[in-house]
Design a protein around this ligand. Structure first.
Ligand SMILES: NC(=O)c1ccc[n+]([C@@H]2O[C@H](COP(=O)([O-])OP(=O)(O)OC[C@H]3O[C@@H](n4cnc5c(N)ncnc54)[C@H](OP(=O)(O)O)[C@@H]3O)[C@@H](O)[C@H]2O)c1
Length: 321
């Protein structure tokens, strides 16, 4: 099969299209003929930092959509011919990939198969961090930094649909205009206004942050009593100086997670919960994946360049035909 291979740690040019052996599904796995794969910031980080060991090849890609063409001996809940979207550990930039059967979900009603490739990574991340760890409830206030990211466009739509009041930040007028057009809450251009000043009286209940660094204390300052600050990255800086009295005076909770290293059982549990709680929101058209651009697999390097350029809004996908 054709697959994109990280030849060595480096820029987008290290992504090479190669012929590699097809993967074989083990007992609880399925083999998916990939229709499309999502491109995530994590793939860019993996590409820039990870050297494949020895003769091993490393295929990036954490989410796909496509058709199941083979199943392992223990798989009872899926069958050959099912069309699914799936969260995977790696290997999505390829014509075929194996996935745990329990990490595959049906294509949500009303969403086409290609666009569905942009759903699993964001929806699993949002569910686990905002609803499981930070326990956001209907009627509470949520701030998501990076509102036009794949994560932001998904998380804001879900929280709005579930009855929360939403706030977000973005770094250009174009991005602010897009979020306003989608009616995704109060939007702050953080390059023009200090978000902590604009939101100082809002008493935000939950903040999802991917920026880190000096945002941390500012986030703590604008949280409500018993507020929750949840981290999924620290793009500005992974370290921060904070005033512990801010936490103690308001009973705040700091948490966060990486999705990739969670156990198979945890991911299977998230899959069940999102199918129950989030899939109906696709059917009712309250939410949809925001797709910015699709590239053919052979142009994966251009897809990474676009993501690193940072002007995109929503998801970038690779398609196999
Ligand atoms: N922990 C996990 O399991 C997990 C899972 C999925 C994603 N993530 C993280 O979530 C983030 C979004 O992922 P994605 O794939 O959706 O990426 P993406 O579409 O490339 O989005 C990155 C966002 O970060 C914002 N940003 C970058 N630098 C910033 C800064 N210095 N200050 C404020 N905002 C900044 C950008 O918005 P502006 O242009 O408006 O600044 C952009 O919206 C990434 O950091 C990714 O690593 C974590």
């Amino acid at each position: 099969m054709k697959a994109i291979h990280i030849s060595k740690a480096g820029g987008p040019e290290v992504l090479e299209l190669r012929e590699v052996p097809n993967p074989i599904p083990e007992n609880s796995q399925v083999l998916i003929k990939v229709k499309a794969a999502g491109v995530n910031r994590s793939d860019v980080i993996t590409r820039s930092r990870t050297n494949p060991e020895g003769n091993a090849f490393l295929i990036p890609g954490l989410e796909v959509s496509g058709e199941i063409v083979a199943i392992g001996s223990d798989v009872k809940d899926k069958k050959i011919g099912d069309t699914v979207c799936a969260l995977i550990a790696s290997g999505g930039y390829a014509e075929y990939v194996v996935a745990e059967s329990s990490h595959c979900l049906p294509i949500p009603e009303g969403i086409n198969v290609v666009d569905a490739a942009g759903i699993p990574e964001t929806v699993f991340t949002i569910w686990f961090n905002i609803f499981h760890l930070a326990k956001l409830k209907r009627g509470e206030k949520l701030l998501i930094h990076g509102g036009t990211s794949g994560i932001g466009t998904t998380g804001l739509q879900i929280a709005k649909a579930l009855g929360c009041e939403i706030f977000t930040t973005a770094g250009s007028d174009d991005k602010v205009a897009f979020l306003n057009k989608m009616q995704l809450g109060k939007v702050i251009n953080y390059k023009e206004n200090a978000f902590e000043d604009v939101l100082k009286d809002e008493k935000i209940d939950v903040i999802l942050d991917m920026v880190g660094g000096d945002y941390t204390q500012k986030n703590l300052e604008i949280l409500n009593k018993k507020g929750r600050l949840v981290y999924i990255n620290g793009m500005k800086s992974m370290t921060a100086t904070i005033d512990l009295s801010t936490i103690m005076s308001k009973n705040l909770v700091l948490t966060g997670s990486f999705l990739k290293p969670q156990t198979e059982a945890v991911k299977a549990e998230i899959a069940k919960e999102v199918e129950k709680n989030i899939w109906p929101l696709f059917k009712s058209k309250d939410i949809y994946p925001v797709i910015y651009k699709t590239f053919p697999l052979s142009e994966a390097a251009d897809a990474h360049r676009l993501m690193e350029d940072g002007k995109h809004i929503g998801k970038i996908l690779l398609t196999m035909d």
